[in-house]
Design a protein around this ligand. Structure first.
Ligand SMILES: O=C(O)c1ccccc1NCC(=O)[C@H](O)[C@H](O)COP(=O)(O)O
Length: 274
């Protein structure tokens, strides 16, 4: 069994337990339930922003502990002050050390789109995502049958949540697209080997229908790589480890974004002179 299959099998059990503990009616009483969502897609396309979705990730199956005692309040505020476009909060506890409260803290302190990064397999988790203040959810093509994925995407949209569809191949992409998906993420991490390779994003870019917002996910370590991805049509960049392995993730993000802006400025100067 690969790690994704293991995570998904565990998630089905976890969701059944949560349904018994916190019935949907209880979730619907949340403070955030009636609040309109902020559009992740719109923020990723804003020219004044970096396109970076900065992630809070305490641990992972590939790396073990990364930053287990991170302050979500300080880091999320710092990420946004550094120029991130949005936040990604891992709420899976068993494999990533996250919790719903992390997202609720990020929501309390930031006015920006928040992606609930979890392994969504059931409508219950979508109601939960909305109730804790998320603006978007992740649906992973490798974890769901295409028809099931489309049902969940439609359900998410009915709550105003946007969907980031995560794919690893052209086949997954073609099988999972629907009118409810406008943001496609290519995950550069091979979940069998845990190796990351940005070449996958560069290769799949041409197969993502125009009009979709493209996000490259995982293993993004340098601003130069983002410049290359931008040239291939990517507007969004999901970054976790590169920031979280620094004792001060928000400082790492600020340095990264400063360097990115400098590279972008050099490029536009060069093209103006040409
Ligand atoms: O990160 C892992 O080890 C992992 C293993 C199995 C499923 C998902 C996994 N990661 C989740 C993510 O998608 C990443 O946290 C996200 O794309 C950011 O990646 P990175 O910048 O490399 O931390």
């Amino acid at each position: 069994m690969n790690i994704l299959d293991e995570i998904i099998a565990h998630k089905y059990k976890e969701v059944e337990e949560r349904k018994a503990l916190y019935p949907v009616k209880l979730l619907e009483k949340s403070l955030y339930f009636e609040t309109p969502c902020l559009s992740l897609e719109r923020y990723l396309l804003r020219p004044d922003k970096s396109g970076i979705i900065a992630e809070i990730k305490r641990k992972s199956p590939s790396k073990g502990d990364i930053n287990p005692y991170v302050s979500v309040e300080r880091t999320s505020i710092g990420y946004m002050q550094a120029g991130a476009s949005a936040l990604s909060i891992l709420t899976d506890s068993n494999y990533f050390g996250g919790k719903n409260e992390d997202l609720m803290i990020a929501r309390k302190y930031n006015y920006c789109p928040i992606l609930r990064k979890d392994f969504t397999v059931d409508e219950y988790q979508i109601v939960e995502a909305k109730s804790i203040g998320a603006d978007a959810i992740l649906l992973i093509a490798a974890a769901l049958e295409p028809e099931r994925l489309k049902q969940l995407a439609a359900f998410a949209r009915s709550f105003g949540l946007e969907v980031l569809l995560e794919v690893h191949s052209q086949q997954e992409l073609e099988a999972s697209l629907s009118e409810d998906v406008t943001i496609v993420g290519v995950n550069n991490r091979n979940l069998q080997t845990f190796q990351t390779d940005v070449a996958l994003s560069l290769e799949l870019a041409q197969h993502i229908p125009s009009g979709m917002t493209k996000v490259s996910e995982s293993g993004l370590k340098s601003p130069k790589t983002l410049i290359e991805l931008q040239a291939a049509g990517y507007n969004g960049f999901l970054i976790g480890e590169t920031f979280m392995t620094d004792g001060r993730p928000e400082r790492a993000a600020a340095e990264f974004i400063r360097e990115l802006r400098q590279l972008q400025q050099n490029l536009s100067l060069a093209s103006a002179q040409a």
